[in-house]
Design a protein around this ligand. Structure first.
Ligand code: AMP
Ligand code: GLY
Length: 428
């Protein structure tokens, strides 16, 4: 079959890499893709939310499977666009319906969903401009730190964690009354702070049954020791050593089953990935957030550990045979180290010529922000390249990624040399 992957990051390169290995894949298109995906299929310069251009592409090339990487087109309703169109309705779209995408698109919706279906999460209340004063009162009843979340999508910046009550009130006002995050903060969820270690669990579902994908932990801060500004993710590790069988059983029983059943009960069409951001609080899992897509850079460690044919699983989602498909995961650890442009996540320069690719051994190089310019591969984003390696344990895998991170060159390259630092003791 002909397949379209929507997106342009390391996540989409990793998905394309896996899909291209399937004997079911005839021709692969990536919209818009990057310099890495160009080696696996044909990059098509279409914006991820230009559904009409995608329709033309799908019809012209007889594409029967569309795999959606980022949240934006999902929240904007790409699934519904395809299923409502007579010419496109037979195309399998991997991703939830617009309603399902609200699990990520609205914090309030996702909190209500969790509450309704008994999924453990932080206690919360939600406020609007009209209830600002009640919001102040609610903050006074909580212990710091205070967690304020813009309801809508805010490019990963909509969550504030604040120690000081006065500052928390000022931020609440900035969000609600002064539209700090535009429309996204017209509602704000205030919730209890959860103290624990974060990890993520990924699920693939056809809305009836599900497969639990490998767990992963990402490193969000720019600086070593987890300090400084938040980024999209500077590296990731899978599996997460402390997410043992007992913990994952709790996740499945308390979180995954009620989530999938809840979607079904609500009549929400959901054929895609669920990314469950978790806090491990003294051995018990709590949901911090749902995302309706795979994580980036988590995909770059989760997908390489899947032994089964991913496209065959997607095909099963399309034709109703998903529950019958086998699902195998590699026991080895996979790690990824992200090379970023100097200055990221603040201002940075693009267009830096990259070199050293051919010197790298024993790693998979997933391109994130790159593009081909004539003979050269040049940087084209903050996060540039994810260097993924396997190993019997985390340290063996990390040694390979760090060695290759030194070999790739571009002006102002930066990467964290401490990915996995907090997991060392559990691993030993
Ligand atoms: P989110 O965008 O919901 O993932 O939140 C961003 C980050 O804020 C998370 O990755 C957590 O590190 C942190 N966070 C969110 N909610 C909570 C909470 N209730 N307690 C503690 N930390 C939180
Ligand atoms: N790495 C976090 C995310 O993809 O949202």
């Amino acid at each position: 079959m002909n397949v379209l992957v929507v997106g342009s990051g390391g996540r989409e390169h990793a998905l394309s890499w896996k899909i291209a290995q399937s004997s079911l894949c005839e021709k692969l298109f990536i919209a818009p893709g990057n310099a890495g995906t160009a080696s696996l299929g044909e990059n098509i310069s279409i914006a991820v939310d230009d559904f009409e251009a995608m329709k033309d592409l799908v019809l012209e090339h007889n594409i029967s499977m569309v795999v959606v990487g980022p949240e934006d087109p999902l929240v904007k309703g790409i699934y519904d666009y395809f299923s409502a169109d007579e010419a496109l309705k037979e195309v399998t779209v991997i991703g939830p319906s617009k309603r399902g995408a609200q699990l990520e698109g609205s914090k309030e919706f996702s909190k209500q969903f969790m509450q309704k279906f008994g999924v453990p999460t932080a206690a919360y209340r939600s406020f609007s401009k009209d209830t600002l004063e009640t919001g102040y009162d609610f903050l006074e009843t909580l212990n710091p730190p205070f967690v304020l979340k813009a309801d809508g999508l805010a490019a990963g910046k909509g969550v504030l964690i604040i120690d000081d009550l006065t500052e928390a009130k000022a931020e609440l006002k900035a969000m609600l009354a002064d539209a700090k995050f535009g429309d996204a903060s017209s509602k704000v969820v205030i919730e209890e702070f959860l103290d624990g270690i974060e990890l993520s669990v990924f699920v693939l579902t056809d809305g009836e049954s599900y497969k639990v994908l490998p767990s992963a932990k990402d490193y969000k801060r720019i600086g070593e020791g987890d300090i400084g500004l938040n980024t999209g993710g500077m590296g990731a590790i899978s599996p997460v050593p402390f997410a043992d069988k007992f913990f994952l059983e709790k996740v499945e029983d308390r979180i995954i089953k009620p989530t999938v059943n809840g979607l079904k009960e609500e009549g929400i069409v959901y054929k895609g990935f669920i990314f469950i951001g978790l806090m491990n609080v003294n051995g018990d899992p709590y949901v911090i957030e749902y995302n309706v897509r795979m994580g980036d850079p988590e995909t770059e460690v989760v997908i390489p550990r899947i032994k089964s044919d991913l496209l065959n699983l997607f095909k099963g989602i399309g034709d109703g045979t998903f529950s019958e498909k086998d699902f195998y995961v590699d026991e080895d650890t996979a790690v990824t180290v992200m090379l970023v442009s100097g200055g990221y996540p603040e201002a940075y320069e693009k267009g830096k010529v990259m070199s050293g690719f051919e010197d790298c051994e024993d790693s998979i190089l997933f391109h994130a922000g790159t593009k081909q310019e004539g003979e050269d591969v040049v940087t084209n984003g903050g996060r540039v390249l994810a260097i993924t390696s396997y190993g019997r344990d985390m340290d063996i895998a990390l040694a390979k990624s760090f060695a290759n991170a030194e070999k790739i060159n571009f002006e102002n390259k930066y990467f964290r040399r401490d990915i996995g630092f907090d997991l060392q003791t559990e691993e030993a």
